[in-house]
Design a binder for this molecule. Structure first.
Ligand code: NOJ
Length: 567
């Protein structure tokens, strides 16, 4: 019998393929690059990796605009390369998740292209969400709904004869038209995709925007001015998000997952509050859901403790295990976030190219190390994002010309302001385009593997996003030479975690210091984190590892985590 519960307390490493390792010198990470790093991944004692999309894509949203769900982007390799990679990772004991993007496709997907060529009301259009516009000649969007990537969630089409046509819905960029999940053909095609990858031997799936797939289009005339999925209430009857019928889709998917041995596993990206999020994680649905609550926390004990309690409670209620995430490809890296003053508006800081507030590099890294060590000791599954094991910071000063994220391109306002006209040598009033969000490229810069070389060993010919010179000190090569490096800490902690992993219970340890979060597992494995309090005297026991040096007399300084076996 194969273990069907392996995922409940797994350490899963997220690979952003285009930025992991480039094997053919085209500046883009690829599948063979991943294969070449199988031993590196093994050295981290991981249970699985999750690959962000590697499918054919025009890259309007870093690959989350998929043009063909059952293929590999030719720039990243072939299906044969994929099979080889899968085999190589399985050989070193690492399972593989792929990303399924079911809410929307690319506008270059064959179905969307077919829809554009087909008349309103045709079966080809019914796979997406096309509607007539408002106004005399349909020149206004059907309603005021906004997209995540702002501004309108509707884009008008052009008919094959060149006249303006219907509008289509896209909750993200215009290049990402939303599917109509009431359409059976759409439903069946995704089942085909799940079987396609499962048959190849893929072990699990990460489900993108799982909470948005079903919409109530009968309420198209209702106003929906601002997207905030955490506030949509908990009845499952919102127009656009977290609708109860969504769960029917996942119940059907579960029957597909269970056709395999061991059953394929899945994790939902469902951006809704904890009590609703765990519905996606029920055993007869996806089985697990990302808990993103920690991504929004300042480095403070009380907030972390509460988040841990809440998530363990709800995961248990759903029959799932809890999940812990500090970093991913959508968020400012923790080594940066924790080095900025509490409450810093990260978007504003990024827009200032990292100059509006002083970054304390040392403190940020120290805290990031302490936080992840605490996470790794918790019961449940931990997701690690590539580069966090190197303590990478956000690359905040990427030049505007280098940016790729649609969030940068689409969040703009036109402002009338003084503009200096060079030719006439005077200042006049003009319209300037002002970007209001810098986007997510700063956490997607290709990994540094070596201390030197054109792209720090990422590839032989540069990298698709420029790497800063400080990457040299963070490289795998540099860090492999030191026992104190962040990489060395991740390697040791992950190996120890595998050894000490036990049943899913957690017992809080009371301390008199409110800035200390301490807990133990039933086998005596204990974790103490001093967030920002005065030095804390540890109880008697054997120290397994600490995220930074302890002080004499078994004293835990602030911004440090220690694992112990208590006496
Ligand atoms: C969530 C993904 O993590 C993000 O990168 C992407 O832009 C959106 N979903 C749209 O697919």
């Amino acid at each position: 019998m194969t273990d069907s519960t392996w995922w409940r307390q797994a350490a899963i490493y997220q690979i952003y393929p285009r930025s992991f390792k480039d094997s053919n010198g085209d500046g883009l990470g690829d599948i063979n690059g991943i294969t070449s790093k199988a031993e590196y991944l093994k050295s981290l004692s991981l249970d699985a990796v999750w690959l962000s999309p590697f499918y054919p894509s025009p890259l309007a949203d870093g690959g989350y605009d998929v043009a063909d769900y059952r293929n590999v982007d030719p720039r990243l390799g072939t299906l044969k390369d994929f099979d080889r990679m899968l085999k190589a990772l399985h050989k070193v004991g690492i399972k593989v998740f792929v990303d399924i993007v079911p809410n929307h496709s690319s506008n270059q997907h064959a179905w969307f292209q077919e829809a554009l060529k087909s008349p309103p009301g045709s079966p080809a259009r019914d796979r997406y969400i096309f509607r007539d516009g408002k106004g005399k000649n349909g020149e206004l969007p059907p309603n005021n709904w906004v997209s995540y990537f702002a501004p309108s969630a509707w884009t008008r089409t052009t008919n094959p004869d060149g006249t303006p046509g219907q509008w289509y819905l896209h909750l993200f960029a215009p290049e990402q038209p939303d599917f109509n999940w009431d359409n059976r053909e759409v439903q069946l095609d995704f089942i085909k995709t799940l079987r396609f990858w499962s048959d190849r031997g893929v072990d699990g799936f990460r489900i993108d925007v799982a909470h948005a797939m079903k919409k109530d289009m009968s309420r198209i005339n209702a106003s929906y001015p601002k997207i905030d999925t955490f506030k949509v209430g908990n009845k499952g009857t919102d127009i656009l998000f977290d609708r109860n019928e969504t769960h029917e889709i996942f119940r059907e998917w579960r029957t597909v997952f269970n056709e395999y041995d061991p059953p394929r596993v899945a994790v939902a990206e469902a951006y809704v509050a904890a009590p609703r999020r765990v519905l996606y994680a029920r055993p007869d649905e996806l089985g697990q859901a990302f808990n993103f609550d920690m991504l929004d926390l300042d480095f403070k004990a009380a907030a972390f403790k509460k988040t841990i309690d809440v998530n363990i409670k709800y995961a248990k209620e759903a029959g799932s295990s809890s999940t812990w995430v500090l970093n991913n490809h959508d968020r400012v890296r923790t080594a940066t976030k924790y080095g900025l003053p509490d409450g810093t508006n990260l978007n504003e800081w990024l827009l200032s190219d990292g100059t509006s507030k002083q970054l304390n590099i040392e403190l940020g890294l120290q805290r990031a190390r302490a936080a992840v060590m605490m996470l790794l000791a918790l019961p449940g599954c931990t997701y690690i994002y590539q580069g966090e094991e190197l303590g990478l910071r956000e690359v905040a000063d990427l030049k505007h010309d280098d940016l790729q994220d649609p969030i940068w391109f689409r969040n703009v306002v036109k402002k009338i302001q003084p503009v200096f006209m060079k030719r006439e040598g005077k200042t006049i009033k003009g319209v300037a385009v002002v970007h209001t969000e810098k986007g997510r490229d700063g956490c997607r810069v290709p990994l540094p593997w070596t201390r030197g070389g054109k792209s720090f060993g990422f590839g032989s010919n540069g990298s698709h996003l420029p790497q800063p010179s400080w990457f040299a000190d963070c490289s795998v090569e540099t860090q492999s030479e030191s026992d104190d490096s962040t990489l060395a800490m991740y390697r040791s902690a992950l190996a120890l975690r595998q050894k000490w992993q036990t049943t899913e219970e957690l017992e809080w340890i009371r301390t008199s210091n409110p800035e200390v979060v301490a807990f133990k597992r039933l086998n005596g494995w204990a974790s103490f984190t001093n967030f920002r309090g005065v030095d804390f005297t540890l109880p008697k026991g054997r120290v397994l590892i600490s995220s930074g040096p302890l002080k004499p007399g078994n004293t835990l300084p602030k911004a440090t985590t220690v694992w112990m076996v208590l006496e």
